[in-house]
Design a protein around this ligand. Structure first.
Ligand code: CP
Ligand code: NVA
Length: 324
């Protein structure tokens, strides 16, 4: 039975914990120079559909497949039939005949869901307007590395999100819900996370004990907190709202004044790319508390663990009939 990763709700808390531990082992092996020629994904192929720009996600998935002994094929709208309107349901079944998993970066979450519905192989969300689960798994792994391992350590920390209630915020809400984290989001009025995602987080919190709330004042979110995360004010596809958003988000810049309100051990996370001087200052991004480049590198280690988890046990390409 194939499994997809469309949002963080697709993983259980023990699975997330196991992914953290596996990422650490993969990271250590890489530092020690192990490059398995025929690694755990030897002979496996990853299809990569990108309908938006990417540096980190594309390169880390491609390098990850290579290092696990497999191969990755990049598909952009220009240069493939996807951009000429071939239905995603058809693409899903065609790729299912060649590949062992497929990642998709696109606009609507519904498009990733449709791909998954028709795909006989695992589908991984490589960012939609709605969520960015692989990034937040890498963020969690960064916290896991820097603050000590294990679910209890993760639960003992205070988490803050400053800025837009966007795809990244949504994935943080689900992560908090699943793992029982204490997360405060400071968002300007009109830019809150999707209420449906807040409800999903609240439902998970009833089981995990998570605390998830939205405030307006960034200082209320950062005071005494250990993990401060932010992201651009205008995400991909929102470029024409940049001016309006710059005004709405004034006061939500993660600067040294805001960082000073956090716990002395606090770390700063940003998924990158960053707009220095908007959502974060150059000083904070490059400062001693910033973990952003470790966080970016961790995409590789975590995604290798995700690929192993999802590809192992999935059906072989071509083993399906008409699909659907
Ligand atoms: N953080 C992230 O997903 O970066 P890219 O857009 O470069 O993939
Ligand atoms: N929220 C940003 C994240 C980029 C990795 C965007 O969607 O553009």
């Amino acid at each position: 039975m194939k499994r997809d990763l469309l949002t963080l709700a697709d993983l259980s808390a023990p699975e997330i914990d196991a992914l953290m531990a596996r990422s650490a082992r993969l990271k250590r092996a890489r530092l020690e120079g192990h490059r398995p020629a025929a690694g755990p994904l030897g002979g496996k192929v990853l299809g990569m559909i990108f309908e938006k720009a990417s540096t980190r996600t594309r390169v880390s998935f491609e390098v990850g497949m290579y290092e696990l002994g497999g191969h990755a094929v990049y598909l952009a709208p220009e240069g493939s039939q996807i951009g000429r309107g071939e239905p995603i349901a058809d693409t899903a079944r065609v790729l299912g005949g060649y590949c062992h998993a497929v990642i998709i970066r696109t606009f609507a979450q519904a498009r990733a869901e449709e791909l998954a519905r028709w795909s006989p192989i695992p589908v991984i969300n490589a960012l939609t307007d709605h969520s960015h689960p692989c990034q937040v798994l890498a963020d969690l792994f960064t916290v896991w590395e820097l603050f000590g391992q294990g679910p209890e350590r993760m639960r003992g920390l205070g988490y803050a999100w400053i800025g837009d209630g966007n795809n990244m915020a949504h994935s943080w809400i689900r992560a908090a819900g699943r793992l029982g984290l204490d997360l405060v989001l400071a968002c300007p009025e009109g830019y809150d996370p999707d209420p449906a995602v807040m409800l999903e987080g609240a439902a998970m919190a009833r089981e995990s004990g998570a605390k998830i709330r939205i405030v307006r004042d960034p200082r209320e979110a950062t005071r005494g907190r250990d993990v401060l995360s932010t992201d651009v004010w205008a995400s991909m596809g929102q470029e024409d709202e940049s001016e309006r958003r710059r005004k709405a988000f004034a006061g939500y810049c993660l600067d040294s004044g805001l960082l000073a309100t956090a716990s002395p051990q606090a770390i700063v996370l940003h998924c990158l790319p960053a707009h220095r001087g908007e959502e974060i200052t150059h000083e904070v991004l490059e400062g001693p508390q910033s973990a952003v480049f470790r966080q970016a590198e961790n995409r590789l280690h975590v995604q290798k663990a995700i690929l192993e988890l999802l590809i192992a046990g999935s059906p072989s390409p071509g083993s399906h009939g008409q699909g659907g």
